[in-house]
Ligand binder design. Sequence first.
Ligand code: GNR
Ligand code: NI
Length: 181
Amino acid sequence: MALLDILVAPHPTLAKKAEDVTEVTDEIRETLDNMLETMYKAPGIGLAANQVGILKRMIVVDVANPEEEEPAPIKLINPVITQSSDDLSTYQEGCLSVPTFYEEVERPEKITVEYLDENGQKQSLKAEGLLATCIQHEIDHLNGVLFVDHLSRLKKNMIVKKLNKLKKQGAFDKRQDTHTL
Ligand code: GNR
Ligand code: NI
């Protein structure tokens, strides 16, 4: 297992659309395990391959509370949302690629997502609440979309500008255990 570096916006790979996985190989399974390890270490509740510089359609998610629940990792390959509720819910979202910024985003409250599991088997999952929000946030990443793209242009521009400045100051440079903010 290995930790991967998480890209911070603005970065071209975060704005690109990832490609379908054509075959679920050992290499894919190893990448998913490395993504999970990277997500837990961060810590975060989800991670998309774009965020670690890999333009393949795969995400990992675990919304279990580590203090009171057993880990519940989910690995989703080529995920597709096949149903979305008309009901919306709002969460304060953060993103490991947009560190230190948190904003409310509205999304469908319930979804059904179809995907391949790590054995290449087709699966269907109904999700609601934080899990539904997280899966939608991750699938956005696979399409080159960040949560700030759901905000007003003014808010988004302000955040991207500030991130750029912080990046130039080296605030998120790797091998710093915690960033300096
Ligand atoms: O860790 C994360 N928390 C989070 C909180 C609310 C909505 C979405 C998320 S996902 C985020 C990790 C991340 O950046 N995944 O891409
Ligand atoms: Ni994110």
